[in-house]
Design a binder for this molecule. Structure first.
Ligand code: FE2
Ligand code: FE2
Length: 296
Protein backbone atom coordinates (compact mmCIF):
# COMPACT_ATOMS: atom_id res chain seq x y z
CA UNK A 1 0.00 0.00 0.00
CA UNK A 2 0.99 3.58 -0.45
CA UNK A 3 2.01 4.47 3.11
CA UNK A 4 4.61 6.94 1.98
CA UNK A 5 2.44 9.61 0.45
CA UNK A 6 -1.10 10.90 0.24
CA UNK A 7 -2.15 11.52 -3.37
CA UNK A 8 -3.56 14.92 -4.19
CA UNK A 9 -5.11 16.42 -7.28
CA UNK A 10 -3.33 19.48 -8.64
CA UNK A 11 -5.72 21.54 -10.75
CA UNK A 12 -3.16 22.64 -13.32
CA UNK A 13 -3.89 24.69 -16.45
CA UNK A 14 -1.67 25.30 -19.46
CA UNK A 15 -1.61 28.15 -21.95
CA UNK A 16 -0.37 26.91 -25.33
CA UNK A 17 -0.67 30.29 -27.07
CA UNK A 18 3.07 30.52 -27.76
CA UNK A 19 3.78 26.78 -28.13
CA UNK A 20 5.05 25.92 -31.63
CA UNK A 21 3.88 22.74 -33.37
CA UNK A 22 7.44 21.41 -33.24
CA UNK A 23 7.81 22.14 -29.56
CA UNK A 24 11.09 20.23 -29.39
CA UNK A 25 13.14 22.68 -31.50
CA UNK A 26 14.07 21.29 -34.93
CA UNK A 27 12.71 17.88 -33.92
CA UNK A 28 9.33 17.49 -35.62
CA UNK A 29 9.27 13.68 -35.22
CA UNK A 30 9.96 13.78 -31.48
CA UNK A 31 7.31 16.50 -31.12
CA UNK A 32 4.68 14.45 -32.97
CA UNK A 33 5.43 11.22 -31.12
CA UNK A 34 5.04 12.93 -27.75
CA UNK A 35 1.98 14.81 -29.01
CA UNK A 36 0.39 11.38 -29.49
CA UNK A 37 -0.29 11.53 -25.76
CA UNK A 38 -2.86 14.32 -26.34
CA UNK A 39 -4.75 12.05 -28.74
CA UNK A 40 -4.66 8.85 -26.67
CA UNK A 41 -4.88 9.96 -23.07
CA UNK A 42 -8.12 11.97 -22.77
CA UNK A 43 -10.19 8.92 -23.75
CA UNK A 44 -7.82 6.43 -22.11
CA UNK A 45 -7.44 8.10 -18.73
CA UNK A 46 -11.16 8.87 -18.35
CA UNK A 47 -11.67 5.15 -19.03
CA UNK A 48 -9.23 4.38 -16.17
CA UNK A 49 -11.43 6.55 -13.93
CA UNK A 50 -14.65 4.77 -14.91
CA UNK A 51 -13.12 1.32 -14.34
CA UNK A 52 -11.66 2.36 -10.98
CA UNK A 53 -14.90 3.91 -9.79
CA UNK A 54 -16.54 0.59 -10.59
CA UNK A 55 -13.83 -1.29 -8.66
CA UNK A 56 -13.92 1.03 -5.63
CA UNK A 57 -16.77 -0.78 -3.80
CA UNK A 58 -14.64 -3.96 -3.86
CA UNK A 59 -11.76 -2.31 -1.97
CA UNK A 60 -11.82 -3.30 1.70
CA UNK A 61 -8.47 -1.79 2.71
CA UNK A 62 -8.95 1.86 3.81
CA UNK A 63 -5.46 2.95 2.69
CA UNK A 64 -5.88 1.41 -0.76
CA UNK A 65 -9.35 2.93 -1.00
CA UNK A 66 -7.89 6.37 -0.37
CA UNK A 67 -5.13 5.69 -2.92
CA UNK A 68 -7.65 4.61 -5.57
CA UNK A 69 -9.70 7.76 -4.99
CA UNK A 70 -6.56 9.90 -5.27
CA UNK A 71 -5.53 8.01 -8.40
CA UNK A 72 -8.90 8.71 -10.05
CA UNK A 73 -8.66 12.42 -9.30
CA UNK A 74 -5.14 12.63 -10.68
CA UNK A 75 -5.95 10.66 -13.86
CA UNK A 76 -9.03 12.79 -14.52
CA UNK A 77 -6.86 15.91 -14.32
CA UNK A 78 -4.31 14.32 -16.69
CA UNK A 79 -7.07 13.61 -19.21
CA UNK A 80 -8.36 17.19 -18.97
CA UNK A 81 -4.88 18.67 -19.34
CA UNK A 82 -4.05 16.69 -22.49
CA UNK A 83 -7.50 17.36 -23.90
CA UNK A 84 -6.89 21.09 -23.41
CA UNK A 85 -4.04 20.85 -25.93
CA UNK A 86 -6.23 19.61 -28.78
CA UNK A 87 -7.98 22.80 -29.89
CA UNK A 88 -5.72 25.70 -28.84
CA UNK A 89 -2.60 23.84 -29.85
CA UNK A 90 -3.03 21.08 -32.47
CA UNK A 91 -6.02 22.52 -34.33
CA UNK A 92 -4.48 26.00 -34.23
CA UNK A 93 -1.47 24.53 -36.03
CA UNK A 94 -3.70 22.86 -38.63
CA UNK A 95 -3.57 19.33 -37.24
CA UNK A 96 -6.97 17.63 -37.05
CA UNK A 97 -6.79 14.83 -34.47
CA UNK A 98 -10.30 13.46 -35.08
CA UNK A 99 -9.40 10.69 -37.59
CA UNK A 100 -7.56 9.07 -34.68
CA UNK A 101 -9.57 10.25 -31.67
CA UNK A 102 -12.79 8.88 -33.21
CA UNK A 103 -11.26 5.40 -33.18
CA UNK A 104 -9.69 5.72 -29.76
CA UNK A 105 -13.04 6.80 -28.29
CA UNK A 106 -14.64 3.72 -29.84
CA UNK A 107 -11.94 1.56 -28.21
CA UNK A 108 -12.32 2.97 -24.70
CA UNK A 109 -15.98 4.01 -24.69
CA UNK A 110 -17.42 0.96 -26.47
CA UNK A 111 -15.04 -2.00 -26.90
CA UNK A 112 -13.75 -1.72 -23.30
CA UNK A 113 -16.95 -0.47 -21.64
CA UNK A 114 -18.89 -2.40 -18.98
CA UNK A 115 -21.14 -4.15 -21.50
CA UNK A 116 -19.34 -4.37 -24.87
CA UNK A 117 -21.62 -7.23 -25.92
CA UNK A 118 -24.80 -5.55 -24.69
CA UNK A 119 -26.59 -5.63 -21.34
CA UNK A 120 -27.73 -9.25 -21.11
CA UNK A 121 -27.62 -12.08 -18.55
CA UNK A 122 -24.25 -13.42 -19.71
CA UNK A 123 -22.65 -9.96 -19.67
CA UNK A 124 -24.02 -9.32 -16.19
CA UNK A 125 -22.69 -12.66 -14.91
CA UNK A 126 -19.27 -11.87 -16.35
CA UNK A 127 -19.01 -8.39 -14.78
CA UNK A 128 -16.63 -9.33 -11.89
CA UNK A 129 -14.34 -11.18 -14.33
CA UNK A 130 -14.46 -8.39 -16.92
CA UNK A 131 -13.68 -5.77 -14.28
CA UNK A 132 -10.63 -7.77 -13.11
CA UNK A 133 -9.35 -8.02 -16.70
CA UNK A 134 -9.60 -4.28 -17.23
CA UNK A 135 -7.93 -3.51 -13.90
CA UNK A 136 -5.12 -5.90 -14.90
CA UNK A 137 -4.71 -4.16 -18.24
CA UNK A 138 -4.55 -0.76 -16.52
CA UNK A 139 -1.87 -2.10 -14.13
CA UNK A 140 0.30 -3.08 -17.10
CA UNK A 141 -0.20 0.31 -18.77
CA UNK A 142 0.62 2.08 -15.49
CA UNK A 143 3.96 0.29 -15.44
CA UNK A 144 4.78 2.08 -18.70
CA UNK A 145 3.46 5.42 -17.50
CA UNK A 146 5.73 5.21 -14.43
CA UNK A 147 8.81 4.26 -16.49
CA UNK A 148 8.10 6.96 -19.10
CA UNK A 149 7.23 9.47 -16.38
CA UNK A 150 10.52 8.85 -14.62
CA UNK A 151 12.32 9.34 -17.93
CA UNK A 152 10.64 12.64 -18.80
CA UNK A 153 11.41 14.23 -15.41
CA UNK A 154 15.04 13.11 -15.43
CA UNK A 155 16.11 13.44 -19.08
CA UNK A 156 18.19 16.49 -19.97
CA UNK A 157 17.63 15.93 -23.71
CA UNK A 158 14.44 18.04 -23.69
CA UNK A 159 15.64 20.93 -21.55
CA UNK A 160 15.54 23.38 -24.50
CA UNK A 161 11.98 22.40 -25.48
CA UNK A 162 8.92 24.63 -25.15
CA UNK A 163 8.55 25.17 -21.38
CA UNK A 164 4.74 24.95 -21.31
CA UNK A 165 4.51 21.61 -23.13
CA UNK A 166 7.46 20.25 -21.21
CA UNK A 167 5.84 21.23 -17.91
CA UNK A 168 2.63 19.45 -18.94
CA UNK A 169 4.54 16.23 -19.70
CA UNK A 170 6.77 16.50 -16.63
CA UNK A 171 3.91 17.31 -14.25
CA UNK A 172 2.02 14.33 -15.65
CA UNK A 173 5.10 12.08 -15.54
CA UNK A 174 5.85 13.05 -11.95
CA UNK A 175 2.30 12.21 -10.84
CA UNK A 176 2.61 8.86 -12.65
CA UNK A 177 5.65 8.09 -10.49
CA UNK A 178 3.81 9.44 -7.46
CA UNK A 179 0.89 6.98 -7.88
CA UNK A 180 2.95 4.17 -9.43
CA UNK A 181 1.82 1.47 -6.94
CA UNK A 182 -1.94 2.02 -6.96
CA UNK A 183 -2.87 0.08 -10.10
CA UNK A 184 -0.76 -2.93 -9.17
CA UNK A 185 -2.04 -2.97 -5.58
CA UNK A 186 -5.64 -2.74 -6.75
CA UNK A 187 -5.16 -5.57 -9.24
CA UNK A 188 -3.70 -7.84 -6.54
CA UNK A 189 -6.38 -6.76 -4.03
CA UNK A 190 -9.26 -7.85 -6.26
CA UNK A 191 -7.69 -11.20 -7.10
CA UNK A 192 -5.36 -10.52 -10.02
CA UNK A 193 -2.77 -13.27 -10.38
CA UNK A 194 0.82 -13.38 -11.58
CA UNK A 195 -0.28 -15.11 -14.78
CA UNK A 196 -2.79 -12.37 -15.47
CA UNK A 197 -0.08 -9.77 -14.91
CA UNK A 198 2.10 -11.47 -17.51
CA UNK A 199 -0.78 -11.84 -19.95
CA UNK A 200 -1.73 -8.17 -19.72
CA UNK A 201 1.84 -7.03 -20.26
CA UNK A 202 1.89 -9.14 -23.43
CA UNK A 203 -1.29 -7.37 -24.55
CA UNK A 204 -0.37 -3.85 -23.39
CA UNK A 205 3.04 -3.70 -25.09
CA UNK A 206 1.93 -4.17 -28.72
CA UNK A 207 -1.31 -2.26 -28.06
CA UNK A 208 0.60 0.83 -26.89
CA UNK A 209 3.05 0.59 -29.80
CA UNK A 210 0.08 0.43 -32.17
CA UNK A 211 -1.68 3.40 -30.54
CA UNK A 212 1.45 5.59 -30.55
CA UNK A 213 2.32 4.59 -34.10
CA UNK A 214 -1.18 5.32 -35.42
CA UNK A 215 -1.56 8.62 -33.56
CA UNK A 216 1.87 9.74 -34.74
CA UNK A 217 1.03 8.92 -38.37
CA UNK A 218 -2.28 10.78 -38.11
CA UNK A 219 -0.41 13.97 -37.24
CA UNK A 220 2.67 13.46 -39.42
CA UNK A 221 0.56 13.00 -42.53
CA UNK A 222 -0.94 16.46 -41.96
CA UNK A 223 2.42 18.18 -41.43
CA UNK A 224 4.29 18.89 -44.70
CA UNK A 225 7.59 18.65 -42.83
CA UNK A 226 7.02 15.06 -41.70
CA UNK A 227 4.82 13.58 -44.42
CA UNK A 228 7.33 10.99 -45.61
CA UNK A 229 9.17 9.98 -42.45
CA UNK A 230 9.96 6.35 -41.46
CA UNK A 231 7.85 4.25 -39.11
CA UNK A 232 7.42 4.60 -35.38
CA UNK A 233 9.88 1.91 -34.21
CA UNK A 234 12.69 3.18 -36.40
CA UNK A 235 12.12 6.77 -35.27
CA UNK A 236 11.94 5.67 -31.64
CA UNK A 237 15.26 3.82 -31.98
CA UNK A 238 17.07 6.83 -33.45
CA UNK A 239 15.46 9.44 -31.17
CA UNK A 240 16.26 7.25 -28.15
CA UNK A 241 19.94 7.25 -29.05
CA UNK A 242 19.84 11.08 -28.93
CA UNK A 243 17.97 11.19 -25.60
CA UNK A 244 14.90 12.73 -27.23
CA UNK A 245 12.90 9.65 -26.24
CA UNK A 246 13.63 6.90 -23.71
CA UNK A 247 15.96 4.33 -25.22
CA UNK A 248 14.29 1.17 -26.54
CA UNK A 249 16.60 -0.96 -24.39
CA UNK A 250 15.59 1.01 -21.28
CA UNK A 251 11.89 0.41 -21.93
CA UNK A 252 12.50 -3.20 -23.01
CA UNK A 253 14.34 -4.00 -19.77
CA UNK A 254 11.49 -2.46 -17.79
CA UNK A 255 9.08 -4.83 -19.56
CA UNK A 256 11.25 -7.79 -18.52
CA UNK A 257 11.22 -6.59 -14.89
CA UNK A 258 7.42 -6.78 -14.96
CA UNK A 259 7.71 -10.55 -15.48
CA UNK A 260 9.72 -10.98 -12.28
CA UNK A 261 7.45 -12.80 -9.76
CA UNK A 262 8.69 -10.41 -7.04
CA UNK A 263 7.90 -7.28 -9.07
CA UNK A 264 6.38 -4.31 -7.28
CA UNK A 265 6.15 -0.81 -8.82
CA UNK A 266 7.61 0.82 -5.69
CA UNK A 267 11.06 -0.05 -7.07
CA UNK A 268 10.32 1.77 -10.36
CA UNK A 269 11.24 5.44 -10.71
CA UNK A 270 12.35 7.78 -7.96
CA UNK A 271 9.56 9.23 -5.84
CA UNK A 272 11.89 11.90 -4.42
CA UNK A 273 12.72 13.24 -7.88
CA UNK A 274 9.02 13.20 -8.80
CA UNK A 275 7.96 15.14 -5.71
CA UNK A 276 10.79 17.62 -6.22
CA UNK A 277 9.54 18.26 -9.73
CA UNK A 278 5.95 18.68 -8.53
CA UNK A 279 7.17 21.22 -5.97
CA UNK A 280 8.88 23.24 -8.71
CA UNK A 281 6.49 22.72 -11.66
CA UNK A 282 5.20 26.16 -12.78
CA UNK A 283 1.70 24.79 -13.43
CA UNK A 284 1.55 22.93 -10.12
CA UNK A 285 2.78 26.03 -8.29
CA UNK A 286 0.10 28.17 -9.97
CA UNK A 287 -2.56 25.60 -9.05
CA UNK A 288 -1.37 25.58 -5.43
CA UNK A 289 -1.35 29.39 -5.29
CA UNK A 290 -4.85 29.67 -6.79
CA UNK A 291 -6.67 27.07 -4.72
CA UNK A 292 -4.23 25.47 -2.30
CA UNK A 293 -3.41 21.76 -2.39
CA UNK A 294 -6.58 19.69 -2.66
CA UNK A 295 -6.51 16.51 -0.65
CA UNK A 296 -7.52 13.32 -2.43
FE1 FE2 B 1 -2.00 9.80 -16.11
FE1 FE2 C 1 -1.35 6.85 -13.94
Amino acid sequence: MNQEHRLQQRKVRFDFTDTPLHWVPNEPEASHIMNSLHLILPAGEFWFCRVYNKALPLVTDPQLREDVQGFVKQEAQHARAHDSALTPYLLRHGIDPTPFTRRVHWLFDQALCDFPLGDNAISRALQPWWLRQRVGLIAAVEHFTCVLGDWIITTRGLDNADPVMLDLLRWHGAEEVEHRSVAHDLHVHIGGSLLMRWLFMLIATPALIFLFSTAMKTMMRQDPVTRYRPGFLRLWYHLGKRDLMPRMGHVGRSVLRYFNPGYHPRSEGDIGVALNYLASSPAAQRAAAEKGPVSA
